[in-house]
Design a protein around this ligand. Structure first.
Ligand code: SF4
Length: 723
């Protein structure tokens, strides 16, 4: 038996795993005791990884060979790799020649490795000359990106996991960390056990497992976070809990914020947020952390989709960061705003600029100097200034006929994007859909003209970055099944074919050489590393061998031998003048208000033991046992009002569509709220063209981040009359 160290492919905690394998088969998995994210621990999902990669499942659940249809609606039939790659290159080249580079879109995934992302991004922005590259990470963390950039000047979470043990107050908002980031939550439990004076504040409309153990739970009305943050700041100012000297030395824009919160009293916020005034006051005092001797106890905030998945997601992020800046709670041990990434490599995708609005190395698409730098490093004449389409926009453009070819890799938009009626129209109208997938069937497969088999966890080789900026190696223990190939290799091979089919965009100095002369994941990573030189995420002090020895946190510039645990320790930020920026947005409610016709606020979220569309976790009875079936959760009094009892079938309807499913009484929710897990799709849930909860959700996005408002839709629920 042999053992291979790698990284868990599920959430952004980024736990190290040790894979046991024998004779080409994975036989077990355990937590890596030396990995600084988890020190040997794994959650239920991580500890059952080996069971999702048994020889039987590799044989039955995985896609083994390229397949294509002769026409839409015809069955998929096997084709050879060369034929498949030529066909993709031919169709993309023809689309670009006939309709321009922006007629092509790439929709990627936070589960791809950094090396995969880099090659795709270079293929789209460098070779083709289109910024239409986006990712399902848009659905989970783009508001955190725009929040950091707006407030601190760079998309860089300033704190780290070790701060959990050093914080006096931990402020969790919009995150059911106990289920979505379980190993990190265990670290928080350890820290609380060691420090009985620690205060845990949880802000969440639902009384989740995380909220249930808090010292203070603020069960706010969905979408009222900005009002809460402003009211907390109002209290800090009224009680002199702010750090005036720090604000004066390190920030801009405080007076506008002071003016904004002047009338946003806790009493007013209590009415709007639906929580007691005294709780808002208590939360503000604990957050400020002022001690009786004039010192300050550190406060760490942790946040996730509850802030991000909102039409005002950026405002929710920046107003939370305001609280840190107001009290100087940043750049210190135990203090700072630490957004949690949902996926294992959402952070790596951000580093390589794998979003329509970003460029490699945390550069900005809107900055001509940044575009010129990237073009020079890649040896192309230019990177186009035209903005690319963010996830929802990309599919809207496909539905409108503007985007004619889509290449989808490692994600399932026919289940995971909001407003599925629109998404499915887009996939039907699109003239050419390529799906690069590890699994034999997802909700997106029926729309694909061509499917390309990709390698998966236990087989892949490269790197990922977790929520605390820590880069870890992903290593292969076994070969991919059948003819499946690594994602970056597939992208490289199509890119090299496209180089022969499209007019060259190479500079005279670099003409004649392929832009994609990559032989190994390390060769891709080295090019990515060079893109970070001199940037806030500089990793030029690392090499592949160093990463092989131990995971490292960026930045790690040349001359530095270890990474960096905390950012902004000197109070200087990555803005032009080094000062952080307060923002002062007016509080806004959700885009779609509840009314007499649609009186219920629908939220969606993760379960403890499932992952995304369940391609992997849905294969295990042990994981399904936690929650075997989907059910709409609803408050008991709302059930009674409708004459319903738990287990009854109900029709839940929004302005986009409807689902039929069982209802379940829930003690977690307030009245007038309903909740549905995000994992089940059309295979289980009823309703015309059902795609699970995203049949119901809306495509309204935060104007700054492009992240859709998945956490709030106005809904109605009625009993289904059985014949
Ligand atoms: Fe994997 Fe996240 Fe669980 Fe760690 S906490 S084992 S990364 S799913």
């Amino acid at each position: 038996m042999a053992e291979t160290r790698s990284t868990c492919p599920y959430c952004g905690v980024g736990c190290g795993v040790v894979i046991a394998h024998e004779a080409g088969a994975i036989t077990g998995v355990r937590g890596d005791p030396d990995h600084p994210a988890n020190f040997g621990r794994l959650c239920t999902k991580g500890s059952t990884l080996h069971l999702t990669a048994t020889p039987v499942l590799l044989q039955t659940a995985r896609l083994h060979r390229p397949m294509a249809r002769t026409q839409r609606g015809a069955p998929l039939a096997p084709i050879g790799w060369d034929t498949a790659l030529d066909r993709v290159a031919d169709r993309l080249a023809a689309t670009i020649t006939d309709h321009g580079p922006d007629a092509v879109g790439f929709y990627l995934s936070g589960q791809l490795l950094t090396e995969d992302y880099h090659v795709f991004n270079k293929l789209a922005k460098g070779l083709i000359g289109s910024n239409n590259v986006d990712t399902n990470s848009r659905l989970c963390m783009s508001s955190a990106v725009s929040g950091y950039k707006s407030s601190l000047g760079a998309d860089a979470p300033p704190a780290c996991y070790d701060d959990l043990a050093l914080a006096r107050t931990v402020f969790i908002t919009g995150s059911n960390m106990a289920w979505a980031h379980p190993v990190l939550f265990r670290r928080l439990e350890d820290a609380r056990a060691a420090r009985p004076d620690m205060k845990l504040v949880v802000v969440d409309p639902r009384r989740t497992e995380t909220a249930a153990v808090a010292d203070l739970h603020l069960a706010i009305q969905p979408g009222t976070d900005v009002m809460l943050h402003h009211a907390m700041l109002h209290i800090m100012l009224a009680e002199g809990l702010h750090d005036a000297a720090w604000i004066a030395a390190h920030t801009n824009g405080f007076e506008a914020l002071r003016e904004r919160v002047r009338d946003l009293t806790p009493a007013r916020a209590a009415r709007i947020c639906g929580v007691p005034e005294t709780d808002i006051v208590q939360a503000a005092r604990w957050f400020a952390g002022q001690s009786t001797d004039g010192g300050r106890f550190p406060t760490l905030s942790l946040y996730c989709q509850g802030l991000n998945q909102s039409s005002s997601g950026t405002d929710k992020n920046t107003t939370l960061i305001n609280l840190h800046l107001t009290t100087g709670q940043i750049g210190q041990p135990g203090a700072g705003p630490l957004s949690l990434t949902g996926q294992p490599n959402a952070m790596g995708g951000r580093e390589v600029g794998g979003l329509a609005t970003l460029l490699s190395g945390h550069r900005d698409l809107g900055n001509p100097e940044h575009r010129a730098e990237v073009a020079r490093l890649w040896g192309v004449t230019d990177v186009p200034a035209r903005p690319g389409k963010a996830a929802v926009q990309m599919f809207e453009a496909a539905a409108d006929g503007e985007i004619r070819a889509l290449w989808i890799a490692c994600t399932n938009p026919a289940q995971s994007l909001p407003d599925q009626a629109m998404v499915r129209r887009a996939l039907e109208r699109c003239e050419f859909v390529v799906l690069q997938e590890a699994y034999r069937h997802t909700a997106t497969t029926p729309y694909a003209d061509l499917v390309l088999p990709a390698s998966s966890w236990g087989e892949k080789d490269g790197s990922v970055t977790n929520s605390e900026r820590r880069i870890s190696r992903v290593r292969p223990a076994i070969d991919a099944p059948g003819l499946a190939r690594h994602d970056w290799l597939i992208a490289r091979d199509v890119a090299q074919r496209l180089e022969a089919r499209l007019p060259s965009r190479r500079t005279p100095e670099s003409a004649g050489r392929s832009m994609f002369d990559f032989r190994t994941p390390e060769s891709v990573w080295l090019e990515h590393r060079e893109m970070t030189r001199g940037r806030d995420l500089d990793i030029t002090g690392l090499d592949w061998a160093a990463l092989d020895r131990a995971p490292a946190q960026w930045p790690c510039p040349q001359g530095q031998t270890t990474g960096t645990a905390r950012l902004y320790t000197d109070g200087r930020f990555v803005t032009g003048d080094g000062r952080a920026r307060f923002s002062a947005p007016a509080p806004r409610g959700p885009a779609e208000s509840c009314d007499d016709d649609f009186p219920l606020a629908l939220t969606s979220g993760r379960l403890r033991d499932q992952w995304h569309g369940m391609s992997r976790t849905g294969t295990l009875g042990r994981l399904l046992a936690h929650t075997p079936e989907p059910a709409l959760q609803m408050h008991r009094r709302d059930l009674e009002r409708r004459g319903l009892t738990g287990g009854d079938l109900v029709r839940v309807r929004t302005r986009r569509g409807e689902l039929v499913l069982p209802v379940q009484a829930s003690d977690e929710l307030a009245e007038a709220q309903v909740h549905l897990a995000m994992h089940w799709g059309s295979e289980v849930l009823g309703g015309a063209g059902s795609a699970g909860v995203n049949t119901l959700t809306q495509p309204i996005c935060c104007p700054s981040s492009g992240q859709p408002e998945l956490k709030h839709s106005a809904a109605q629920v009625e009993a289904v009359d059985l014949p």
